[in-house]
Design a binder for this molecule. Sequence first.
Ligand code: FDA
Length: 310
Amino acid sequence: MLDSAAKAFFHLLARSRTLKHLAARYGFRKPTSFARRFIAGETVEEAVEAARGVQARGLLQTLDYLGEGVTTLAEAAAAAKDYVRIIEAVTQSGIERNLSLKLTQLGLDVDRASAVDNLRTILERARDFFVRIDMESSRYTGITLDIFETLWQQGYRQIGAVLQADLYRTEQDVQRLLQFGARIRLVKGAYKEPKSVAYQKKADVDAAYSRLLTRLLREGNYPAVATHDPAMIDLARRVAADHQISFDRFEFQMLYGIRRDLQNQLAAEGYRVRVYIPFGREWFPYFMRRLGERPANVGFVLRGITFDSG
Ligand code: FDA
């Protein structure tokens, strides 16, 4: 992990609308683009091709159409329309039907009711999909979980939530979601958060992740252990073995382009492993968060070389 000042710097870049637009316009088309390591492409066709490649390795996948923080209702409606087209393309392609999306892409910052309507439109079209609602920064945690629960109570049972181990509130959120049997993806947390709401030290985040992971494996409904951290993965294996939790009762999840070796190794051992495949023109904030997580990535970008996904 980078120190928190550097992480904050990348998060500042991630929020820059100017850079985002410039990147969407110019950056990705360059063949040397480093974003390519983490992002499957701009189009749904490229994403489907990447998904086929992942499935051919014996892994599961989820597609994420990149976009977040839209500032007009027109942009939010356009994103929902894009999702409907993606749902059709995925259905026709025959790949596994699994999507991940963000509520600020659907207009949460502009108008909550419209964001919920957009999400409902997507879920109506994606009745036989699984749709994971990604978790964004702590500003959105409460509202995202409220919307999740409302839709769940309305009968949309094909949805799953994400909880971040770095937030102090997550123990309670786990309790809340477990009560109604929601499927939870556990992550460490990708956003730069203030110390009033989140652990700042890696050791504290890891300790929280370990506690939550153990609880979810024992009590959760098909939890997703989303991490590349070998220590967390080993813990998950041990807890599963100690409590006779079979391989079909949970899954590991990792990001496209990160630790392919580990993805393959776990799958070869019989674990379920899902790869999160992002695609689309709005790749810049996602890419900045990946750079902020690991100093070596910045070095590779600066040196202008492609590198192995180990
Ligand atoms: P940690 O950061 O401790 O890294 C452990 C090891 O993993 C590193 O030593 C390195 O080997 C490898 N690694 C990690 N990041 C890397 C990178 N960028 N490049 C290369 N190697 C890297 N977050 C969030 O806030 N909301 C969400 O909805 C999601 N969704 C999500 C889905 C999936 C499938 C995954 C795997 C992750 C997320 N995240 C997320 C991101 C998550 O919160 C976290 O930021 C990253 O997974 C990095 O943390 P690790 O758990 O991998 O551990």
